[in-house]
Design a binder for this molecule. Structure first.
Ligand code: 5GP
Length: 195
């Protein structure tokens, strides 16, 4: 998605540890006009499949998922991050290793909001090593729902997540794939860029 690539190049900041900061339009301040274009693009890419629910993970995924959901006319469920021990009963749980925070946390979704018969599109802001997506996939599997696909705003193609998810047979659509980025020069190379 060229609009998004242009924006990343203009406003993205490359930080140590292969972290791309996009706080001015995606992760802190949110550009809703851009989010609308993102929503339209996901709708176009997943136009051939039936989706009745969008699943994301707090916090950064929520804003994006809510705008995207307006183009699918479906509810959004977000997995909550928790450090509560011994959660049982009415929730599905999975363990996720955080890329940006470097720690492990549990994610939960209440059983009443996900289950057999649901056709789920997962939406998230970034794909790095794929841990968040794997955690969400595990929750969906446990619930008996069907994972229709995953829509990612920015994939860091030089990290392993994309390969792992694609080779597991999940339909993955990333709107911008960063193949390399250089902290020194600020250069970003995108996969399949039109220009
Ligand atoms: P993964 O689980 O794929 O390793 O990492 C994905 C999660 O880590 C995303 O939900 C996102 O919040 C965060 N993340 C990973 N890499 C980056 C990055 O370069 N920039 C930002 N802002 N977040 C990232």
């Amino acid at each position: 998605m060229q609009l998004l690539m242009d924006r990343i190049r203009k406003d993205g900041k490359i930080k140590a540890g292969n972290v791309l900061k996009v706080d001015s339009f995606l992760n802190h301040q949110m550009d809703i006009e851009l989010f609308k274009e993102i929503g339209k693009e996901f709708k176009r890419r997943f136009a051939d499949v039936e989706i009745n629910k969008i699943l994301t993970i707090e916090a950064s995924g929520i804003g994006i998922a809510c705008i995207v959901a307006q183009y699918f006319n479906v509810p959004v469920v977000f997995a909550k991050k928790t450090q509560t021990k011994n959660i049982a009963g009415e929730v599905y749980t999975s363990r996720v290793e955080s890329y940006t925070h470097g720690r492990i946390y549990d994610i939960i979704v209440a059983k009443e909001f996900l289950g057999k018969g649901d056709k789920v599109l997962v939406i998230d802001d970034f794909l790095a090593n794929g841990k968040a997506l794997e955690g969400l996939t595990a929750l969906i599997k446990e619930s008996g729902a069907e994972l229709v696909g995953a829509g990612i705003v920015i994939e860091k193609g030089f990290q392993v997540g994309g390969d792992i998810i694609r080779s597991s047979g999940i339909r993955l659509e990333s709107l911008a794939i960063v193949d390399s980025m250089d902290e020194e020069t600020g250069t970003i190379v995108f996969r399949n860029e039109e220009k």
